[in-house]
Design a binder for this molecule. Structure first.
Ligand code: X8Z
Ligand code: ZN
Length: 664
């Protein structure tokens, strides 16, 4: 399964049900038709049977999905689509069977399990078998298109093609305006052919959602939060309201710096918005790559983690080269390079594992190291988008990444291991409860650890040099974190604002792209430098749209992770400002974290949150507490600036010209 929830819609990782974190949905169903319910079965017996059947089916679905994501071709896609189809048919059958227990007495655990079963599928399955078959086929195809997408330039022998990773390298490193625009436009072109498939996909998942009693698939997604769909939508508005002033300050500062770098004309687009191709990231969701432009005090000590990882990689390359002296052709050199990449990726992963182990969590099983995809293979297409997998709910956990030696990938490994440790902690629960407390919890585990990667921690593992104790150094450290975390917040919100509208029909297919850019403008204050009309399908250029991974989870995670961090800092006895805390090596914090992970989805998330933090509400207070020094500093920097942006000024494609009136 992929990173999204598993089948049932629960969460990301685990199983088919839609469990946990970063995974996709497995598809249960054993061989043949779904089994019928035995006579006289009680609700509790029914739930026990579903759990057992689910656990049995799950490994087959995971295996098919793993193969189709790590070896994209027609055959693997066919098998993955079929496995998913069988699973979803089985899920429909369980849900159907559950109806006869409606209104009957049963244990609270069984009632919760049946509820989770009903809301668990991120891709609600239509009852009509032909539609279900079509849905799983389209879903698998879109993900394959994303994974194998290439932007090609030139003709014949001179043709050069680049995949997402290479185009991201351009945005990360080049500061040439046109080169970045070319890479950005090139990748977004890849999504054009997905548009028709996506339109049909929406019809089919909506059919599935209606078959299950929901108004549309968006309402079903919003039903997974132990509160009503309307309440969770209002919660996201409330949380965004808390952090928006901080984002606006960061936006203002970034625009000023971009204008200084690229000139006033090119440093923003109409309405004082940030140009989409200049933010160092394909989707403008993380601005950390713009450190060279945005560092507050470049002379106040280096936090160049990417530089350190690159040197580590070069050392690994030299060491591999030294192992094979003598004449080498290009093929040998390519192999040496690949070996060095793998060695460096494993080193980065061991580093991440070490943090979890320092908290008292177990080492990853040997099979993790054998079966994980650490780097991009040379001989085939794979889905590079990072994910964490629970293959069998019994210890076969893996991650799938195309790791490069840079800071973003380094922190992403910590993120993915958060999912993996969640799987390991809740594997002893009944399968239906093997999900995050809600999906935002699953996304927040690894990121909580990332917050504890303070400059001191980075220094202790040799990735940055001695750190100054100065106001300037503090602002640098805060800016580093804000470029990853604060810049993300409006992005985390807008993706599902778009999808909720698409699913409920308020955004029609002939407005897909316009609505996308309207939301980017409204929430992020970001706009494309050139018009993006309906001939494009820019949402498809972001993995989670063709991959059908709900996205509100990441917004919630970016709030929750600060609450978790504060709670673990308290558990570790931290004194002093929140941003200084690292709980590396603290067993009390580790125990508290593990206790939370072990609960999975067995109780409402409010209870789980209370056990960890003392409170039952999601709240951005800890975000604001953490970034208080930076927010003050940004206010001073932005004084006298006209901050904010005018979303309505977004460049729209030229209206089609009316045909010239006929002469004569
Ligand atoms: O998709 C992911 C993870 C896998 S669950 C790599 N993330 C979101 C993204 O990349 O868009 C993590 C942060 C947001
Ligand atoms: Zn994740």
């Amino acid at each position: 399964m992929k990173p999204v929830r598993a089948l049932l819609a629960l969460g990301i990782a685990a199983a088919v049900i839609g469990l946990g974190g970063c995974k996709k949905e497995p598809t249960p169903a054993g061989a043949g038709a779904p089994a019928a319910a035995p006579e006289g079965e009680t609700a509790d017996q029914f739930v026990a049977r579903v759990n057992a059947e689910y656990k049995k089916l799950y490994p087959e679905v995971s295996a098919a999905q793993w193969l189709s994501s790590t070896y994209i071709n027609d055959d693997s896609q066919l098998l993955a689509a079929k496995a998913n189809e069988r699973y979803l048919a089985q899920l429909n059958s369980w849900i159907e069977q559950a109806r006869k227990f409606e209104g009957q007495k049963m244990s609270p655990e069984s009632a919760r399990a049946i509820h989770l079963l009903k809301i668990g599928a991120a891709m609600p399955p239509p009852k009509d078998p032909a539609k279900l078959e079509e849905l799983t086929r389209i879903a698998t195809k879109m993900e394959g298109m994303y994974g194998s997408g290439r932007y090609c330039k030139g003709e014949g022998e001179a043709q050069q093609c680049r995949q997402l990773g290479e185009l991201e390298d351009v945005l990360r490193s080049s500061r040439d305006y046109d080169e970045q625009l070319d890479a950005w436009q090139g990748w977004h072109g890849v999504a054009k052919p997905m548009r028709q498939d996506y339109v049909r996909f929406v019809e089919l998942v909506n059919q599935g959602a209606r078959d299950l009693g929901f108004a549309d698939a968006g309402e079903m997604w919003r039903s997974g939060y132990d509160m009503s769909p309307a309440e969770i939508a209002a919660e996201t508005d409330r949380l965004w309201g808390q952090v928006k002033p901080l984002y606006e300050q960061l936006h203002c500062y970034a625009r000023t710096r971009l204008e200084a770098k690229y000139g006033v004309e090119r440093g923003h687009v109409a309405g004082n918005m940030l140009p989409a191709h200049l933010m160092g990231n394909m989707w403008q969701q993380d601005w950390g790559n713009l450190w060279d432009i945005l560092a507050p005090y470049p002379d106040a000590g280096s936090l160049d983690v990417t530089g350190a990882l690159e040197s580590q990689y070069r050392r690994s390359f030299d060491a591999q080269l030294a192992k094979q002296p003598g004449q080498r052709g290009p093929a040998d050199l390519a192999q040496v390079e690949q070996d060095a990449k793998l060695a460096s990726a494993k080193l980065m992963t061991e580093r991440a594992q070490d943090f979890y182990v320092s908290l008292g969590m177990p080492k990853l099983p040997e099979s993790y190291w054998q079966k994980t995809q650490f780097i991009k293979p040379r001989d085939r297409d794979v889905v590079c988008h990072a994910s964490a997998w629970d293959m069998n709910m019994a210890g076969d956990v893996r991650t799938k990444m195309c790791i490069k030696p840079n800071e973003e990938d380094f922190t992403t490994i910590y993120h993915e291991l958060g999912h993996v440790y969640y799987y390991l902690a809740y594997n002893k629960l009944p399968p239906i409860f093997q999900q995050g407390a809600h999906d935002g919890f699953h996304e927040a585990i690894g990121d909580t650890i990332v917050l504890a990667m303070t400059p001191k921690y980075l220094q202790s593992i040799g990735l940055v040099g001695d750190q100054q104790q100065s106001r300037e150094a503090l602002i640098n450290a805060q800016m580093r974190m804000a470029l990853a975390k604060v810049s993300f917040l409006p992005f985390g919100l807008m993706i599902d604002r778009w999808r909720w509208g698409v699913f409920d029909g308020s955004i029609k297919p002939d407005q897909y792209n316009k609505a996308w850019w309207d939301l980017k403008a409204k929430y992020q204050g970001v706009a494309p430098a050139t018009p993006r009309g309906e001939e494009f399908f820019d949402p498809g250029a972001k993995y989670h749209v063709p991959g059908n991974t709900p996205y509100t989870r990441y917004f919630l995670s970016h709030i929750l992770q600060f609450q978790f961090y504060k709670a673990l800092c308290d558990a570790a006895g931290h004194q002093g400002p929140l941003y200084e805390c690292s709980f590396y090596g603290n067993k009390e914090a580790g125990q508290k974290f593990w206790a939370m992970l072990s609960k999975g989805a067995s109780q409402p998330w409010q209870q789980t949150l209370k056990e960890l933090t003392g409170g039952e509400k999601m709240d951005a207070g800890a975000v604001l507490e953490y970034f208080a020094p930076l927010q003050d500093w940004l206010r001073q920097q932005n004084e006298g600036q006209a901050c904010g942006w005018q979303a309505s000024a977004a460049a729209q494609p030229a209206a089609p010209q009316p045909a010239a009136p006929a002469q004569g």
